[in-house]
Design a protein around this ligand. Structure first.
Ligand SMILES: [Mn+2]
Length: 357
């Protein structure tokens, strides 16, 4: 287990590299250039500025997240080839700076979705990200985007870049003709083009699951249950094509056995990294994010960490979203305190499992 934290960069994160370095057991960060739009090349110069800062703080930057896949690639339109070439160049550029894993997703339009970014938890006055499908029914996609942007506290949200969202209506229309099977074919086209470059460069692509783990707004979604990942892994035989399993995303759906999914793809050696967090189910398609502690949510963190220990002990890990606690002000889900508590808790589980099996 290589413990990391997500870091959005000096200008965009309330958390500093020094703070991250001081979390026990943290060897590095999962990096993110928050100003890059989907489809753009990440230049060597941009990457160098970011990664040199991370290295100066004596942290590693072997995982980069959210090199977003342009919508034209997912839609399978002719202009995809230009964006695929850009993606290949970004892969090459990242490899020069020691990056080993790129986390991405193939979700149409919505990278992730919540109906409230700061829902107060009555028991203790903290707040966390929250989702209630019943509220979505009343709102519709454009309303939810507006509401999410308003409640972001002025932070840009990964996957919700204003330029992308401005074209939302048009994009939603284009997906009316795309079935889940067609989306998988478009995904295969993308993988077949980029994976040879990954093999040359020593980079593993890690697909992040749909969040929440079911289809929304009638859009095709192909990455939220065991059988989906069987199909995804079958798209390309290279071990450079792997998964970033996110326990909170998968665990939003009560039908998913998260530890079993980790075991299955861990045994196949197709997990590159894990995002670990817990969720509390409140009803049908209704949940909030909880602290990492098993007793606070509905996922068994011991079983999750044990599945990693048994099948893929060397993967990169990060505590995923945390609650906002101790009156911290920061990016929704990405404050320091609760994520640091999450890292400490995961380290504790890890030590116990290593010693006791
Ligand atoms: Mn995640």
């Amino acid at each position: 287990m290589k413990m990391t934290l997500r870091w959005f960069g000096e200008k965009s994160d309330t958390v500093t590299l020094k703070q991250i370095k001081q979390i026990p057991g943290t060897s590095g960060i999962m990096g993110f250039l928050d100003y890059k739009a989907a489809g753009e090349v990440w230049s060597k110069e941009e990457i160098a500025v970011y990664i040199n800062q991370v290295h100066a703080a004596k942290l590693e930057c072997e995982v980069i997240e959210s090199v977003n896949v342009h919508e034209d690639i997912k839609l399978g339109v002719p202009s995809r080839d230009k964006y695929i070439e850009n993606y290949k160049q970004t892969i090459r550029n990242l490899s020069v700076y020691g990056v080993k894993v790129i986390v991405y997703n193939f979700m149409p339009v919505f990278d992730w979705l919540r109906t409230d970014l700061a829902k107060t938890i009555e028991e203790d006055g903290s707040n966390s990200l929250y989702y209630n499908e019943a509220e979505l029914g009343e709102m519709g996609p454009l309303d939810i985007v507006r509401k999410t942007a308003e409640k972001s506290g002025g932070f840009s949200l990964p996957g919700w870049e204003p330029e992308r969202m401005a074209e939302l209506e048009v994009t939603l229309k284009l997906y009316e003709d795309i079935s889940a099977d067609q989306l998988l074919l478009n995904y295969k086209y993308f993988l077949d083009a980029i994976i040879p470059v990954c093999e040359e460069c020593g980079i593993t692509m890690a697909c992040h699951p749909d969040d929440p783990a079911w289809p929304i707004f009638g859009l095709p979604r192909i990455a939220h249950k065991m059988n989906d990942f069987e199909k995804i892994i079958a798209l390309n035989a290279s071990p450079r094509h792997a998964l970033c399993l996110c326990t909170g995303s998968l665990g939003s759906n009560t039908e998913n056995d998260v530890a079993a999914i980790i075991r299955r793809f861990g045994e196949l050696k197709r997990i590159a990294c894990l995002h670990i967090r817990n969720v509390k189910h409140l009803g049908y398609r209704h949940f909030r994010e909880s602290s990492h502690l098993s007793a606070d949510g509905d996922l068994d963190m011991y079983e999750i960490v044990k599945a990693m220990y048994d099948t893929c002990p060397d993967v990169y890990v990060r505590p995923d979203h945390g609650r906002m606690i101790w009156d911290e002000v920061g990016r929704p889900g990405y404050g320091l305190y609760d994520r640091a508590l999450g890292a400490a808790y995961l380290n504790g589980l890890w030590e116990a499992i290593c010693k006791c099996g």
